[in-house]
Design a protein around this ligand. Structure first.
Ligand code: NAP
Length: 259
């Protein structure tokens, strides 16, 4: 399918690995020029070189922490005017509800709620002026079905979801769509970290931990960054212009909800 976005420019945050990388790759495959970001410069440069070589698009990089005001300023300076914004960052650590104090909540809110909001506020006005834009926020299945050990994530991402629900309706009339893409379990470093937590807690091997988690998914497997990225690229395409304020769940059927 021709996504109709060849030649557009996208900022893809937290994209040297995992789901962000999957989104960057799929947008590049559709002919979109990229600004990629992550904290670690080495992996970021390697990912950018790979994508340039594979798809022949322009790729600029900014090694910065997207959860800080300084990092956002650095990224925005390089990004300039973009047509597409993919918001992403690492997820907060797991724990018990009694573990977290105010500073932990502020860090989670900065990373998974306030950083995406800051970038939306910085970049969407330009998209509205130009009459076209796409924003996709990578959130989590946890906004539909909370994951008990990820209380910080549940809280911060639900906050972003509420903000998007209202804001997306305020900007849609100017050709800008804002939607959320909700990963269930995907085979990335984050999943390895969560498998490792299960393995340690239950005294089982990593393979057993992975098999145990895969068994909770009707599709019988973890999702891939590639299929996640392709869905993201579709949500950024010309064809998705009527999709506004939606929460698109990619979880292999793991969440037993009707809608
Ligand atoms: P991942 O494989 O660990 O990749 C994270 C990427 O983000 C890396 O490129 C990392 O590079 C970058 N990054 C992390 N923190 C950053 C920061 N503060 N500033 C800039 N870049 C940053 O993670 P993932 O699995 O793709 O997960 C992406 C998001 O989806 C996370 O928020 C995660 O919680 C959420 N999620 C994932 C799953 C899953 O099963 N994978 C399920 C639900 C939700 P650097 O470390 O070099 O910065």
């Amino acid at each position: 399918m021709n996504l109709g976005i060849s030649g557009k420019r996208a900022l893809v945050c937290a994209s040297s690995k995992g789901l962000g990388r999957g989104c960057a790759e799929a947008l590049a495959e559709a002919g979109v020029n990229l600004v990629m970001n992550a904290r670690g410069a080495e992996a970021l440069e390697a990912a950018a070189a790979d994508i340039r070589a594979k798809y022949g698009v322009e790729v600029e990089t900014v090694a910065a922490d997207i959860t800080t005001a300084e990092g956002q300023a650095q990224v925005l300076e390089v990004a300039g005017q973009v047509d597409i914004l993919i918001n992403n960052a690492g997820g907060p650590p797991p724990g018990m509800w009694t573990d977290w104090d105010r500073d932990d909540f502020i860090a989670a809110l900065d990373a998974n709620m306030l950083a995406p909001i800051a970038l939306i506020k910085a970049l969407v006005p330009g998209m509205m002026d130009r009459g076209w834009g796409r924003v996709v926020n990578i959130t989590s299945v946890s906004v539909k079905a909370p994951i008990p050990v990820l209380g910080l994530s549940n809280a911060a991402r639900t906050g972003l979801t509420g903000y998007v629900a209202g804001t997306s309706r305020q900007v849609a009339g100017k050709g800008v769509t804002i939607n959320n893409l909700l990963p269930g379990i995907h085979a990335t470093d984050r999943a390895v970290a969560l498998d490792s937590g299960v393995s340690q807690q239950q005294g089982i091997s990593m393979d057993e931990a992975k098999a145990q988690r895969a068994a909770t998914i009707p599709a019988g497997r973890y999702g891939t960054s590639e299929e996640f990225g392709q869905t993201c690229a579709f949500m950024c395409s010309q064809h998705a212009g009527f999709m506004v304020g939606q929460n698109v769940l990619l979880d292999g059927g793991a969440t037993p909800s009707v809608m």
